[in-house]
Design a protein around this ligand. Sequence first.
Ligand code: NAD
Ligand code: TYD
Length: 370
Amino acid sequence: MYFVVEHQEKALQQTILVTGGAGFIGSNFVLQSVGSGDRVINLDKLTYAGNLENLQQIRSHPDHVFVRGGIEDNDVVGQLLAKFRPTAVVNFAAESHVDRSIHGPEEFVLTNLLGTFRILDTCLKHWRTLKGQARDSFRFLQVSTDEVYGSLSADEPGFREQTPYSPNSPYSASKAGADHLVRAYFHTYGMPVLTTNCSNNYGPFQFPEKLIPLMILNALEGRSLPVYGDGLNVRDWLYVEDHCEAIALVLEKGRPGETYNVGGESEKTNLEVVDVICTILDELHVVSAPHRNLIQYVQDRPGHDRRYAIDCSKLKQELGWQQRETFATGIRKTVAWYLSHQQWIKNIHSAEYRKWIDTNYAGRNANCEA
Ligand code: NAD
Ligand code: TYD
């Protein structure tokens, strides 16, 4: 069992409109929120990345209302706001994979930029109808990424909230544009918005197109482990539950108009990450050990950002947040989760998934120089 989702009576139950709550981070957040006694209205379009199986534990929970729809649909969003009168909207909905944004950027502009504009604008109209306490306590929280800050060299300090935006991929550019709109709605209209910029997440329910689940699943199937370029790009890894707790804290205590960086303070090269996964699998899944033999260097991603690192001291000092997991504990939990969720994995292996794997990997020559 992952989260123990029991109905906890809260003195003051919040209703939160969560978008993208059937995706990786969104579903973890929904499980955590419902588990802590909040009511969640979950609006998700169910693209290839949305998976209702992630929400199996709360399928018939009275505090979880699932609605299939897009954030760009003003009518649906307006109706949900009017009917459920949430105290907060948390916008996870996005196209989230850099490699897909290279192959097909338009969806990223439509959902991440236009979609965020639409839901923001619908929320503004709703917020203006609120009075008193309801108006004062309403929050719109934009879940963003550290990728908007661009790429760091090896010795530069981590991104701070003041670091200028410098996005390099269609994904990060579309997220950056959305963040600017969120900021503008605070400065222009006084709407109470919050933004979180987070580093790379990992943990249960992550779609296996991203580095960590892709490597785990490929290794389990005895397929090659495709490391882009020299494998020395650095990411700062954060366990997904720690991210969800940070979002809940920012919602509760964050100051409107502010942004908060969220990070794992756990920088690793991609090779280090793959190496740790292989070590754990050699121990837990001895069948195809040693898994390291499956590593294959392949053609690099165009425009590949070299290094991301987050300075999350503002979140720690102002709001008292602290990660619970180290990379060592989080990655072990994650590998164990995938090993014990074989049916979830089987169901993910759709025709669409296979097509994506062909699209992204068939053209990359193996055995490139490391
Ligand atoms: P994901 O791709 O796993 O899930 C995205 C979800 O959004 C899916 O359920 C999908 O069906 C839904 N969706 C897509 N378009 C939609 C639309 N137009 N309307 C409603 N729903 C729609 O993404 P994730 O990894 O869970 O990321 C969630 C958010 O966190 C994104 O905004 C992403 O930019 C941000 N983020 C992710 C990471 C990471 O490491 N995964 C790190 C920092 C920030
Ligand atoms: P990813 O999980 O796609 O996240 P992001 O690009 O948003 O950081 O990739 C993480 C790192 O892993 C990134 O440097 C690219 C690299 N990578 C590989 O080397 N091989 C792969 O097959 C994938 C998907 C990613």
